[in-house]
Design a protein around this ligand. Structure first.
Ligand code: IMO
Ligand code: MG
Length: 426
C-alpha cells in the first residue's frame, strides 16, 4: 500500500494543498509531521475554498483519518478555531481528527517572545508570528516545554505552569516586554482547551504504525518548503522544523523507509515570503506581474510574496535531498503571456560559475543567477485538460526544467481547481 509524501521544493508552495487534496482520495490517513499554524494550505472545490493552517488537508474528508503528529507544534485556540470553521461550513470533524499526545503546545508567551524578537531589526527573520520558533526552542531546551498529553493531566499542568510562567515573565521583561502572564488564568484557560482537545488526543505513533502494519495507505503532508528546512534550508532564514522527508521519522514515528512515493511540488516560478536571500527575485514590473496574476500574498499573514523566475539550482538541490521520485509542477498558467520565460540553471559567484546550491545564506546572497531564456506562450492555458493541448513553448519549458533538475515532471497544474490538472507520462 502506498506511503506517500508531498513535499514543497522551494520556500513556500501554496499549491501543495491542491495536490494533497487530490491524493487524499486514495489514502486512508493524511498526516502532518512538522510546523504548525505557520503553514497555509489552500484547497479549492469548485465554488468552495478552504484555507487550512494547522489541520491536515485530509480533514476535509470525514472518511480519512487526519493525524497531527508529534513533530507539530499546536496552539490550542487555533485548533479549536479551525475545527469550528470547518463544522460551520458543514464539514464533519470528529474521531477522524487525531492529535498526538507528544505534540508540543504553543502558549501565549511564545507569541509574545517572538513579537519582541521580531520587533528588532537586527536578527529579524520575518516569521509568521505564530509562536513556532519559541515553542520549538522550548521543546529542544526541555525545561519549559508542555506537551498535549500534559494538558490532559490537570495537576501536572498546574505544577508545570507554576514553574514555567514566572521564568517566562522574567525573560520577557528582560527583553523589554511589559506584558506579564498570570499563572492562574493561564491554567484555567488551558484546562478549558484541554477538554475540547481531549476527544482527539491519542498515541499517534502507535496508531500510524498499526495502520502501516495493517497495509493502510498513508499520505504525509509537509508544511513549508524544503528551502525553509531548519537543517538544509537557507539558514537562519528558515523555519524551526524539518520540512524535508527526513522529518517524517522523528515527527510521526513512521520509519522513513516505509515511504513508497515521494512527490516534490514546485511552482513554475519562485516566491518567498519573509526575509533571506533569493537569487532569482524580480524586483520590477515582471515580479509585480507574477505576484498579481499568481495572487502571491501569504495565506497566513497576507504579506505580499517576493516573486521571481524558476530557480533550478535550488530545486535540483532540494529534489536530491528529498529524493523525489517525481515532480508536480504548479501554477504554469501564471506564466502565460510573458514574451520570454527564464530558468536559473547555475549561479555566478565571484566571477565563477557554480552549479551547487551554497550552504550558507550569506554566500547565496552574493550569487547571481545564470539564466537560460526560452520563448513564452500567449494562449491562456487554464482550459487545457490534455497534455497534448499545451502550447508547444509551455511544454518545452516544462520539459527543459525536468531535464535541468534531473527528475520527471508527472503532474502539471494549470489552475487551482482539481480538474485543471494534467498527468504527463514519465
Ligand atoms: P506552507 O506550508 C511559505 C516562512 C516565514 C519566514 C520563515 C520562518 O504554506 O508552505 P516561522 O513563522 O515558520 O518561524 O517563519 O518561514 N514560512 C513560510 N513561507 N510558506 C509557509 O508554509 C511558511 N511557513 C513559514 O515567512 O520567512
Ligand atoms: Mg502555503
Amino acid at each position: 500500500m502506498p506511503v506517500t509524501i508531498v513535499v514543497g521544493l522551494q520556500w513556500g508552495v501554496k499549491a501543495k494543498g491542491k495536490i494533497t487534496d487530490i491524493l487524499s482520495d486514495e489514502h486512508d490517513c493524511v498526516v502532518r509531521y512538522n510546523g504548525g499554524a505557520n503553514a497555509g494550505h489552500t484547497v479549492v472545490w469548485g465554488e468552495r475554498k478552504f484555507a487550512l493552517s494547522l489541520l491536515p488537508t485530509g480533514v476535509l474528508k470525514p472518511h480519512v483519518t487526519s493525524v497531527i503528529g508529534n513533530g507539530v507544534v499546536v496552539y490550542p485556540p487555533r485548533f479549536i478555531e479551525e475545527v469550528g470553521k470547518l463544522r460551520a461550513a458543514g464539514i464533519e470533524v470528529g474521531k477522524n481528527l487525531v492529535l498526538s499526545d507528544k505534540a508540543h503546545v504553543i502558549l501565549p508567551y511564545h507569541m509574545e517572545e517572538e513579537r519582541l524578537l521580531e520587533a528588532e531589526s537586527e536578527g529579524k527573520i520575518g516569521t509568521t508570528g505564530r509562536g513556532i520558533g519559541p515553542c520549538y526552542q522550548d521543546k529542544v531546551g526541555r525545561r519549559f516545554a508542555i506537551r498535549i498529553g500534559d494538558l490532559l493531566n490537570a495537576d501536572y499542568l498546574k505544577e508545570r505552569l507554576r514553574f514555567i510562567v514566572p521564568h517566562k515573565n522574567k525573560i520577557l521583561s528582560a527583553m523589554g516586554g511589559v506584558k506579564e502572564f498570570a499563572v492562574d488564568s493561564l491554567i484555567a484557560e488551558y484546562l478549558e482547551y484541554a477538554e475540547q482537545l481531549r476527544p482527539h488526543v491519542a498515541d499517534t505513533v502507535k496508531l500510524l504504525q498499526d495502520r502501516v502494519t495493517a497495509g493502510k495507505s498513508i499520505l504525509f503532508e509537509a508544511a513549508q518548503g524544503s528551502l525553509l528546512d531548519v537543517d538544509h534550508g537557507t539558514f537562519p532564514y528558515v523555519t524551526s522544523s524539518n520540512s524535508l522527508p527526513s522529518g517524517i521519522w522523528s515527527g510521526s514515528g513512521v520509519p522513513a523507509r516505509k515511504l513508497t512515493r515521494i512527490i516534490g511540488v514546485a511552482k513554475a516560478y519562485t516566491s518567498r515570503v519573509g526575509r533571506g536571500p533569493f537569487p532569482t527575485e524580480l524586483d520590477d514590473d515582471l515580479g509585480e506581474r507574477i505576484r498579481k496574476i499568481g495572487r502571491e500574498y501569504g495565506t497566513v499573514t497576507g504579506r505580499p510574496r517576493r516573486c521571481g523566475w524558476f530557480d533550478a539550482v535550488a530545486v535540483r538541490y532540494t529534489a536530491t535531498l528529498a529524493d523525489v521520485d517525481e515532480i508536480a509542477f504548479m501554477l504554469l498558467d501564471v506564466l502565460s503571456g510573458f514574451d520570454e520565460v527564464k530558468i536559473a540553471t547555475a549561479y555566478e559567484l565571484d566571477g565563477q560559475r557554480i552549479n551547487d546550491f551554497p550552504s550558507d545564506a550569506a554566500t547565496l546572497a552574493r550569487c547571481m543567477p545564470v539564466y537560460e531564456s526560452m520563448p513564452g506562450w500567449t494562449d491562456d492555458i487554464t482550459m487545457v485538460r490534455q497534455p497534448a493541448d499545451l502550447p508547444a513553448n509551455a511544454r518545452k519549458y516544462v520539459d527543459r526544467i525536468a531535464a535541468v533538475i534531473g527528475k520527471p515532471i508527472t503532474i502539471v497544474s494549470v489552475g487551482p481547481d482539481r480538474d485543471q490538472t494534467l498527468h504527463l507520462k514519465s
